[in-house]
Design a protein around this ligand. Sequence first.
Ligand SMILES: [Fe+2]
Ligand SMILES: [Fe+2]
Length: 458
Amino acid sequence: MSRQSVARAHQKIQELSWEPAYHEPVSHYGTDYTFQKAKKKDPLKQVLRSYFPMQEEKDHRVYGAEDGAIRGNMFRQVQERWLEWQKLFLSIIPLPEISAARAMPLLFRTVPNPELHNGQAIQMIDEVRHSTIQQNLKRLYMNNYIDPAGFNSSLRNFQSDYCCGTIGRQFAEGFITGDAITAASIYLTIVAETAFTNTLFVAMPAEAAANGDYLLPTVFHSVQSDESRHISNGYATLLMALSDETNHQLLARDLRYAWWNNHRVVDAAIGTFIEYGTKDRRKDRESYAEMWRRWIYDDYYRSYLVPLEKYGLEIPHDLIEEAWNQIWNKGYVHEVAQFFATGWLANYWRIDAMTDKDFEWFEYKYPGWYDRYGKWWENYNRLATPNGHNPIVFEDVDYVYPHRCWTCMVPCLVRARTWWSTRSTASGGPTATRNAGGPTRSRSGRRTRADRPRTWAS
Ligand SMILES: [Fe+2]
Ligand SMILES: [Fe+2]
């Protein structure tokens, strides 16, 4: 389709939408936001005639890769440590995807902009596709992996798993619950998709490939390549909301809520998969903290959010700094992994013990890690051999099982004893670098192990 005819078709589609004159439309999904009926440009023009051939091509590549994985005997070569965590991940992720599809109709009535309706309708189809190809991937793992238990029962397990199930559900249902704009726009498109899909759908597939799973990256890059359109939907809606001052307080409230909840849930899950599900312990491979710093702190926070401040967007700087602080100084990801492993007997996936090679990598990437977590993982190794002892959760290994936070559902893992307060001061800390630029540890100018302070406060 030529560019001109795409533009014409795009114009035509908007003429198809109309305001019914024969009845007063009922607003199913309310919002406190106010939108002027202003003409705003669709930021990423897409029409169905050009959309379907493109998606078809992407699907062909996914199914081609699946065929290749079976023929190439990928399932016998993939790292077991990695694929076990996929039993958890692939039981959760199709739900947020289908929730994202269900979120789009919340916006049709609340955002009065036919150009954007087009983008939202296309996003809805995307999200159904994402959910479908991810479930299909899980089915393929189930059929071909040497230990299918956990893949076969993932949906049932997910719904009856008190811990992961409730966290996953409250996260996914956040896209469709409450105020339409809060849920479907701020929580889903502006925070979950724009900030966190980078670690979800880009960093995680890279780790999968490093562990011999080249199928998951094909599927998830097929997903991620749709996100640029979804991010544009969110951005256009955000600009519309910002143009009316009465929305500014709502935006401030919603960004705080959406940011913190996304950080708690996505960083817990993806951080753990990437750091504890991998066998790739190359020193130059980025840690989750390094990826987060690059993709979320620099690319999302500093490049996307901060420039909107001059238009009246109140940014939750304190919560963004605290999220980094949690990851870098308070061991958030390590606490989550330890929690998962403590509860291994209730899980439907196996959690591999950490070896000396892992210890060394953790200590290199997170100096002080061994003092804080090394002993516990040694106990985990010791108790992996059945010889009359109890599962680790019932043994005295200096671990207190946490209660849960009723905001994000994630257990309250970060307690005073996990803080590593000396590190942020010694490294200058992320707060100091926010305006000056540069992560705490730049990729080029990484300090040596010996330079770094290494005392986890206990
Ligand atoms: Fe999606
Ligand atoms: Fe999406």
